[in-house]
Design a protein around this ligand. Structure first.
Ligand code: HPA
Length: 252
């Protein structure tokens, strides 16, 4: 393992417990941008030094547009994160994005508004414009791809992720527009999270779990019960992939 490696995992709606994560300490860490969503769990993940943060808080209560993304990413960076994996539940837009499938997005479109999306907004830090043509880190994506292959988990190697404001789900017309824009998946939290990771120089990639067909594409209305059921079903594949990721980091 390279000296100083510390894997940070940001858990989304689906993640109540991460198999293999041993918490040594829960750290309440305040940043100049405020408090993260929850105390950060610091410990080990299959032997690799690791951090875990529940994006929506513990208990799960913070709506996507109210998450303090800046505090979350700053806290992970302050606590030594070197690699960030985000776990996200998403709706499927591409025909192959059926419930239960797992995706590794390579690009994203931001449809959110009024989120605090930069450290470098000229308030606490000087204005800056980070390079973001490729929003998910290529090396992290390659590692996750290798981990999924080692775990024999089927992982779609690329997708365009559309980030909507939430917390309501989309209209059928909104999803039709996202499809025309080229989005394969829809979720509510990858932005500004990925952009803030980039501003901090943290390699960040996402494992996206499709938990429903997006609005207007499913014959049935989308229910929270269905989303929860599908998310729980996806977690076995996510756990297996992350266990192999830890092994790769340990041997790297
Ligand atoms: N839309 C947006 N976010 C989501 C969805 C969806 O259909 N499913 C899970 N997260």
């Amino acid at each position: 393992m390279q000296k100083g490696t510390r894997l940070a995992i940001i858990g989304g709606s689906a993640v109540e417990q991460l198999r293999g994560f041993a918490t040594a300490q829960t750290v309440r860490h305040t940043t100049p941008w405020g408090e993260p969503s929850a105390p950060v769990h610091a410990g080990a993940f299959f032997g690799v030094p690791a951090l875990y943060l529940a994006r929506h808080g513990e208990p799960h209560a913070i709506a996507p547009h109210r998450i303090n993304y800046r505090a979350n990413l700053r806290a992970l960076a302050d606590l030594g994160a070197t690699h960030v994996v985000a776990l996200n539940t998403v709706g499927g837009i591409a025909p192959a994005a059926t419930p239960g499938s797992l995706w590794l997005p390579h690009d994203a479109i931001d449809y959110t508004w009024c989120r605090e999306g930069s450290f470098h907004d000229g308030v606490l830090l000087a204005l800056d414009h980070v390079e973001f043509a490729e929003p998910f880190d290529a090396a992290m994506r390659a590692l996750l791809g290798d981990a999924a292959a080692a775990a024999r988990v089927s992982l779609h190697p690329q997708a365009v992720y559309g980030c909507t404001q939430g917390p309501r789900l989309e209209t059928a017309a909104e999803i039709a527009r996202l499809a025309r824009d080229g989005c394969d998946l829809v979720g509510m939290t990858a932005l500004p999270e990925a952009a803030l990771a980039r501003e901090l120089g943290l390699p960040y990639a996402m494992l996206a779990m499709v938990v429903n067909r997006a609005a207007g594409l499913s014959p049935e209305p989308i229910t929270l019960a269905e989303i929860r059921r599908e998310a729980a079903a996806c977690m076995a594949q996510v756990d297996a992939t992350l266990e192999c990721l830890a092994a790769l980091l340990a041997s790297g």
